[in-house]
Each structure stands twice: as C-alpha cells, then as structure tokens.
Design a protein around this ligand. Structure first.
Ligand SMILES: NC(=O)c1ccc[n+]([C@@H]2O[C@H](COP(=O)([O-])OP(=O)(O)OC[C@H]3O[C@@H](n4cnc5c(N)ncnc54)[C@H](O)[C@@H]3O)[C@@H](O)[C@H]2O)c1
Length: 333
C-alpha cells in the first residue's frame, strides 16, 4: 500500500511553514494548511487545501484530519518573539503549550501518529562555552518562549512513550533568507531578526541598524550565530517526514534534531555582506550588550546528517542575504 502523503501543516501560512509547503509539494506530498492567520499571510498559502482555524480548536483540527485523510502533521503554529514572552508569559504558555495539547488530542482522535514539531536552539539557553551545541546537552532555556518549546518537547516525549506517537522536534538555529524565486519570504511584524532589520535599513525603511555589544570574546567583538537558509529548513522537514513514514522508525520514538550549518557568522560579517549584496551604504550604531545574549550559538549538525541524511546546501551568508533582498524588493509589504 502506498504511504499516506497527506500532511496537515499547522501554521503553514507563516514564514517557515510557507516554504515547507512548497518543499513538500516538490517532494510529492499533499500539504493541507491549517492556520488562524494571526501572523501568517493569505498570499503565502501555496496549497489549494486550507482550513482557517485555531490550534486550540480540537474538533476543527480532528475534522480537518479526517476530511483530508491526513497521515502526518507538521506543527509550526506558535508565538515566536522571545522579548514579548517575558512580558506576557501566560499568552505564550496558552498558545504554544496548552493549544498543542489540543493538537495531540485531535491527532489521537483522528488516528494520526506522526508529528514534526518546530523547536528552537533557544532550548539550549546560554551554554555557548561548551562549543558547538549538540542534542546531548541539557535543555535549559532562559526565557518563557524557550520554556514553552522545551515543555512541548517533554510532552511529545511522554506522549510518544505512552501512545506510540512518532515525533521529531527540529531545533532550528537562525532561520533566514527566502525562496529563491521570491514566492515567499520573511515578513514578521514586529520584525526582530537581524538580517531583515539590516536589509530594511539598507532599503531606507529604517534610519540605522544597532549592534548590541562589540566586546564579546569573538574575533570582531560582535555576537556569532548560525544562519540557516529557510529553504534548507524546509527540506529538513521533508527529510523528517520521510523518516517518520519509513518502516525503520519505531513507534514511540521521540528525537530532537538540530537544523543548522555548524558555521557561525558575526553580526559585523552579516552587515558587511549586506552592504556588498545590496550595494547600499547605511548607518550602523554600536550599543551595549543586551542581557541574555550569548556570545556564540552554533549548531553541531551531525545528528541531522546521520539520522535524516540532511545537510544545509543553500546557507552561505551571501546566498541567504541575496534571496532575502530579492524577496524584499519584489514589492509585497
Ligand atoms: N523564525 C525563526 O528564526 C525561528 C527559529 C526557531 C524556531 N522557530 C519556530 O518555527 C515556527 C514558525 O516560525 P515562523 O518564523 O515561521 O513564524 P510565523 O509567525 O511566520 O508563523 C507562525 C504561523 O502560525 C500561525 N499561528 C500562530 N498561532 C496560531 C494558532 N493559535 N492557531 C493557528 N495558527 C496559529 C500564524 O498565523 C503563522 O502563520 C514557530 O513555532 C517558531 O517558534 C522559528
């Protein structure tokens, strides 16, 4: 019997979700988007099948799974802004954790037992001293956003052990870039991520870009992060689904897997590359460190290669910034 390739993509109208819908279609899956459009965009829905609904709406979710004969779920839907999570933690726990309970119950009701979950490098917290971040390190987030992701990972592990759910949590490093054909890209509001902020400054939409901290123990004194092209992330979800659908995946397995490049770039390197790619000059202002920013966050990507056969292929800084800039200049605001 052919494997069921109908996938419910919860949060599929968002930044990473919309790229993943495109990658799923290219890989022969049939994605069905489920989204409440709180931060997603209607023009970023690339499936003919879309259900508008809340993550907390158990009945709507299980009906969507039954109606579309869903075989697996990819779960992106979350509030994502760490700073806001410090101010409104309960909002984050309700949207990111409590609503995910509804999703898992709806999956059980509909007999769907495979899940890929959007987790984050934020679950590692501040362990930069240990070198490359690998999945064997303790989970110790330092803000409520990271706590909500850690809580869902724990919930998936317990549910997998109890019910036979097969789940993979993908811990993304710094998602960035855009579809090479500019069909979709990054449009967060408010925007807090470095690359779109730098490019908005290059485009004259912002007066200046602020560098927080120039005295870190790195070569140029600015923070180092692991930037991963969103198309590589999207391909990582396809690889994770293929793994969950394969016969060698055991029932009850829960596996956290980093998606990163293993290569870090500093804030100054990002700014220099943006100047080169855009050919624009813009104002850079140096400021004090922000509390809680580790000097370097870089993944050990070896598990993704070993378990999923996945490696980043599109994630040079030049390519990430070129694709992000092309998307920004295609005229959709
Ligand atoms: N962007 C990053 O750098 C990054 C890094 C690590 C992890 N992540 C995780 O990846 C996932 C996707 O991030 P993104 O950048 O694409 O964010 P996004 O805001 O663009 O996408 C989230 C999508 O989920 C939908 N959504 C949110 N709450 C919902 C709810 N209650 N019911 C139904 N739909 C809901 C939104 O409308 C949106 O379409 C999130 O879980 C985020 O925590 C993102």
């Amino acid at each position: 019997m052919p494997l069921n390739r109908n996938v419910l993509v919860v949060g599929g109208a968002g930044y990473i979700g919309s790229h993943t819908v495109l990658a799923l279609q290219e890989a022969g899956f049939n994605p069905v988007v489920y989204d409440n459009f709180s931060s997603g965009h209607r023009d970023a829905v690339f499936s003919d099948h879309v259900v508008e609904g809340e993550l907390s709406d158990h009945a709507r979710l299980s009906r969507a799974m039954t109606d579309h004969q869903i075989g697996s779920v990819v779960h992106f839907a979350a509030l994502i802004e760490a700073g806001q999570s410090v101010i409104e933690p309960l909002l984050f726990y309700r949207n990111n954790v409590a609503s995910t309970v509804s999703l898992l119950e709806a999956m059980q009701a509909a007999g769907v037992d495979r899940l890929v979950f959007s987790s984050t490098a934020a679950v590692y917290g501040n362990q930069a001293d240990t070198g490359l971040l690998h999945e064997g390190l303790p989970v110790q987030p330092i803000n409520p956003y990271g706590q909500t992701k850690a809580a869902v990972e724990a919930m998936l592990k317990d549910t997998a052990a109890a019910s036979g759910l097969k789940a993979i949590a993908l811990r993304y490093f710094n998602a960035s870039g855009a579809d090479a054909r500019a069909r979709t890209g990054e449009r967060h509001d408010p925007e807090t991520h470095l690359i779109p902020l730098v490019l908005q400054t290059a485009a004259g939409e912002r007066d200046q870009i602020t560098v927080f901290g120039t005295d870190y123990p790195t070569e140029d004194g600015t923070c180092i992060r692991d930037y991963i092209h969103v198309t590589d992330l999207a391909r990582g979800h396809v690889a994770a689904l293929e793994k969950l659908l394969s016969t060698d995946e055991e029932a009850g397995a829960f596996t956290p897997i980093n998606l990163g490049t293993g290569q870090g770039y500093s804030v100054s390197q990002v700014i220099e590359t943006a100047r080169r790619v855009t050919n624009r000059s813009f104002t850079v202002v140096e400021s004090d460190r922000r509390p809680g920013d580790p000097s370097a966050l870089v993944s050990d990507p070896s598990r993704a290669h070993a378990v999923l056969g996945w490696r980043a292929e599109h994630s040079s800084l030049e390519n990430i910034i070129t694709d992000a800039w092309n998307f920004m200049n295609r005229g959709i605001g």
